[in-house]
Design a protein around this ligand. Structure first.
Ligand code: 0L1
Ligand code: MG
Length: 252
């Protein structure tokens, strides 16, 4: 299953839900498939650079009938170094405004407090995540989406990171424009009431399999607004108040 998913992620190929074939797959097994998929990225010389959290809004959890978020793995090849998203090898991408925490001290365990996270955070960046489920019509069950690396595809960080004390991250307003039209807006608190909670939750979930957030890793904490579908020719501007603006050109 991991080989098939890795190939489809790399080439942007749609696939049937894996639960059609394996309806009894558990959440633990799905994370194992995710881990084995990313091992195949590493075997090709890619490097794991962090984690992403998904389903961090109550609305999204309800729509999937779950009570906790999910996580995925980020690799170097997913990082965009220029604000251009090529549609080549993508299926039906959507963009989410997020924050990315740059961690500089290991975070481990299920008992972390808010102050532990801030002490281990070097900087917070405005960021965009591009999700692109490999499943037809973005339709999947919880275990399907975990196996497909929580729909991870690409991400881009803002040019400048900010220290934890720079602002109240839950009250930052983010507004997204596509081709000049405002399409979405939301506040940092859309992420589990406060983006810092997402890191606490991630550490708790990773701890179940003895994993942790290592120094130098980036964590995308979860979407601040609904995800927005994009197509070739679109131009996105995403405004993060005093944190600046992120742009994205969608090309073929
Ligand atoms: O990053 C996300 O919130 C996406 C998680 C997976 C669910 C989806 O693809 O919508
Ligand atoms: Mg996301």
């Amino acid at each position: 299953m991991a080989s098939e998913i890795e190939e489809n992620q790399r080439n942007g190929i749609e696939m049937e839900k894996v639960t059609l074939k394996y309806p009894k797959m558990t959440v633990e097994e799905a994370y194992d498939v995710q881990s084995q998929t990313i091992q195949r990225y590493r075997d090709r010389g890619d490097e794991m650079v962090g984690w992403k959290m998904g389903l961090t809004s109550v609305a999204k959890q309800k729509s999937m009938n779950v009570e906790e978020p999910i996580y995925g793995r980020l690799t170097n090849s997913m990082k965009l170094s220029t604000p251009t998203l090529k549609m080549e090898n993508l299926i039906h991408p959507k963009v989410e405004p997020e924050f990315a925490f740059l961690i500089n001290k290991e975070l481990k365990g299920d008992q972390l407090q808010v102050k532990d996270v801030w002490e281990a955070t070097k900087e917070v960046y405005p960021a965009l995540e591009i999700i692109d489920s490999r499943y037809k019509n973005f339709s999947f069950t919880l275990t399907d989406v975990i196996a497909d690396n929580a729909s991870s595809s690409k991400f881009i960080l803002g040019k400048e990171g900010f220290p934890p004390e720079y602002t109240d991250w839950d009250n930052v307003k983010v507004t997204m424009f596509v081709n000049g039209d405002e399409v979405q807006s939301g506040y940092g608190k859309a992420v589990l009431d406060h983006p810092v909670n997402s890191i606490i939750e991630l550490s708790k979930m990773l701890n179940r399999t003895g994993l942790s957030i290592k120094p130098g890793m980036i964590v995308l904490v979860g979407a601040i607004t609904e995800a927005v579908s994009v197509k070739k020719g679109d131009y996105l501007e995403v405004n993060y108040e005093t944190l600046g603006q992120l742009n994205l050109n969608v090309t073929d």
